[in-house]
Design a protein. Sequence first.
Length: 382
Amino acid sequence: MPQPTSAPPPALNSYDEFTRLDEVVVGRAEHYTHHHTDTSWRLFFYDNVAPVLSQHATASGEELLAIPPQLVDELNEDISGLADALTGCGVNVLRPAAPGKDVDIRSPHWDARATPPLNVRDQTIILGDTIVETAPHVRARAFENDLLKPVFYRYYEDGGANWLTMPRPALTRDSLDTSYFTRQGLDVARATDNEMAGTIEGLGREMVFDGAQCMRLGRDVLVNVANHNHELALGWLRNNLRDLRFHRLDAMADNHIDSVLVPLRPGLMLLRSPAYLKYLPEAMQSWDVIYAPETDDSNFPDYSDLGFVIPIGSRYMDINLLSVDENTVVVNSLYPELIKVLEARGFTVVPVRHRHRRLFGGGFHCFTLDTVRRGGPEDYLS
């Protein structure tokens, strides 16, 4: 009797943020026991953490800030809820490999406690049929994508995907450009004091960039560029993916933009406020806009009884939703104000609880990497 054969995986195809989603990677947070609060981490989350950490010594006297285990358990419960909700919408859910333990990593220039593959949007961007591994900002995340390689090889070997990797940054003490902050008159010494990383003679600012600095619109990709690290990455993208049009957004944010801008369907977007319209390509400035409603602080957890816990992410994190298709969106159930607005505009909202989004720096868009959508390289901006 012939043995059944497993169906080959669908071909990698993801050009946008809103057409029908068929397959997605959902991150995981096992062993997310600490934040490693070195200079690269402080600069990345500067607005929320640098002023606080500059006045606080961690219990160990080092750069590890412990995360209460009960919060990690609750985070994992909420991630499971997200995966179940997507499966219920008919989406095939893939997961990274699980980290087996707390891992300390070392380069010739620095040491760090590794971060698990939770915010999988950050270290990778899918551009059509191409996997692009990006150049991480945060040293603790340098090897995070190793746990995604089983997924990447699945698409490469069985589905014929292309696979590119940006040059790996050394992330020395001279690698990171702080000009986004200094242009605003901010003193970054609160983040850079006590820098322990070494240097490489002759090496200055490097290519450093996250996938979440991009928004995809068919053949067009919006790219947030806030400093020279990002400028180098934009040049690399243009040189290596010549069939796409990359649009430079001039410092729309310090890095990620998926808690600022979410294209919901062609001609309609969710935007944090009218102040951000000016950063967008002219063709998008005439799109219909849903502005994110204000949310009550009671929608965020109170950590005052748990000791020193830092909300590293923006209070606008819940804008960071995930579209299943042009009419269906997955939204944090703890942002009822946005759910009401979207439902009034005719969207089917799939509410999923996500309690500690600010503590772990990611929403549903951050936690997911959409690998198969039905849209193609359409021209939405002409």
